[in-house]
Write a protein that binds this ligand. Structure first.
Ligand SMILES: Cc1ncc(COP(=O)(O)O)c(C=O)c1O
Length: 459
């Protein structure tokens, strides 16, 4: 057997892939990605694909950046590991200071994790303990939005608003409440109020948070978790005024506003932090993914001075941590990654190119299956519909046949790695590395055009 055949067999026999129906590979081949360069990845047959999802919203700086690999190697030689449990090491300290400097408002305190779900978990636990320490011990509940994904640990999964991902693991952590999301394309259905303007819908959606807080009792609600642009469901940007209103509501009820920026931070929207794109200052930012461009795992929860204050003196402690949180190698890579961001002006590059990305994708509106193109920065979703005029979506069976049975594989076969997703209505999601530009946008559009045309013909 060749090495490639050995690997295939071992993948089939031993590897447990994440969120994967293993049955769909039985008797077939597991796609094996062996290397990357710039905005492209290559499989074990040498075939090239455009990485339309930056791995998983991660590889901001692109693949094959030797300076990030070198930063990792240098740090591993100097100090491969030390925990942040009562000790510090220079790279974690430097990175914490750099993130505090870049973060909005007085978000000056950084708690490192190894990934996004852990950062979300950390934020909820901090919110609970903070209110216990400051005389509001009943405040413990959290509010989040329908179809939002916030991770898989029990706490983060409880905050997640996608019932099919939760059912197998019930009972989850109590005290987590859902409100409507900001899908303006389907605002009529969601709100039951026809014809709202984006501004009216933004206000309506934000006010649902106030209603939920009132319903639960303000003295029991600790935090609201929202993404700047909601990922699951297909890139819902906030309608105008949404975050301004949400900030007011959180202040009125003393509820912490947690901006879950696991995808939206570190340039994905053209700003260092996602909330900066929409002009709001949260109490906590949760982040991960693009912080290291994926060259080593790292997450960060960044909170305001106020939230650290009860822990800053005396004997109080946040009894929470992860062995690998703030790993020296990951922290060194993150610093090199942020240097690269500055040197190559990646934020400026995204900002200058986002309208070209949008208009390139909007060319697809001439296809009958394309209902909505939405997003921000380098983070876009294309909602597929059965009837453009009525916005009728596909039945569960059609969606299964269309997305899982055809689209995902057809796009990949055509040379585009991206995501066809039905956690809400069927969408195709695009989030290429931030080094991509008009040439890659055209390639994305051309592949999508071919495959979506065929999908329509098959329906
Ligand atoms: C908004 C958001 N929060 C949390 C997570 C979980 O992050 P991780 O997979 O690193 O645990 C994700 C992952 O995609 C995410 O998009």
């Amino acid at each position: 057997m060749t090495h490639a055949e050995d690997l295939q067999k071992a993948a089939q026999d031993h590897l447990w892939m994440h969120f994967t129906r293993h049955g769909s590979y039985a008797g077939g081949e597991v796609p094996m990605i062996v290397r990357g360069e710039g905005a492209y990845i290559y499989d074990d047959h040498g075939k090239r694909y455009l990485d339309g999802l930056a791995g998983l919203f991660v590889v901001q700086a692109g693949h094959g950046r030797s300076e990030l690999a070198e930063a990792a190697a240098k740090q591993a030689q100097e100090l491969a590991f030390f925990p942040l449990w009562s000790y510090a090491h220079p790279k974690a300290v430097e990175l914490a200071a750099r993130l505090a400097e870049a973060a909005p408002g007085d978000l000056n305190r950084v708690f490192f994790t190894t990934g996004g779900g852990e950062a979300v978990e950390t934020a909820w636990k901090l919110a609970k303990q903070y209110f216990k320490l400051t005389g509001k011990p009943l405040k413990h509940k959290v509010i989040s939005r329908q179809i939002a994904y916030h991770g898989t640990p029990h706490g983060a999964l409880s905050i997640t608003g996608i019932p099919p991902f939760k059912q197998a693991f019930e009972p989850l952590v109590p005290g987590s409440i859902r409100v409507p999301n900001t899908n303006h394309y389907r605002a009529d259905e969601i709100s039951g109020i026809p014809g709202m303007s984006p501004e009216q819908y933004g206000r309506w959606a934000a006010d649902r948070v106030a209603a939920a807080i009132e319903m639960e009792g303000p003295d029991t609600v600790a935090a609201v978790f929202v993404e700047p642009v909601q990922n699951a469901g297909g890139c819902f940007p906030p309608p105008p005024g949404y975050f301004e209103r949400l900030r007011e509501i959180c202040d009125r009820y003393d509820v912490l506003l947690v901006s879950d920026e696991v995808i939206c931070a570190y340039g994905r929207l053209g700003t260092m932090f996602g909330g900066q794109k929409f002009g709001y200052v949260p109490d906590i930012i949760t982040s991960a993914k693009g912080l290291t461009s994926g060259y080593s795992p790292l997450g960060a929860m960044i909170c305001s001075d106020r939230l650290f204050e009860p822990f800053s003196s005396g004997t109080e402690m946040f009894a929470h941590g992860f062995t690998f949180g703030g790993h020296p190698v990951s922290a060194a890579v993150a610093l090199a990654n942020l240097d690269l961001f500055e040197r190559e002006d990646l934020l400026g590059h995204v900002t200058r190119n986002e309208s070209i990305f949008r208009s390139t994708l909007e060319k697809l509106y001439d296809l009958p299956i394309v209902g909505d193109v939405r997003g921000s920065g380098y983070f876009w979703g294309i909602e597929l519909v059965k009837d453009k005029k009525t916005k009728e979506t596909f039945s569960a069976d059609e969606s299964e046949r269309l997305l899982r049975g055809f689209l995902s594989k057809a796009l990949f076969d055509a040379g585009l790695y991206c995501r066809a997703d039905d956690r809400g209505d069927p969408v195709i999601q695009l989030a290429p590395p931030l080094i991509a530009g008009p040439k890659e946008f055209d390639e994305i559009e051309s592949i999508l055009r071919g495959v979506l045309t065929e999908a329509w013909a098959r329906l």
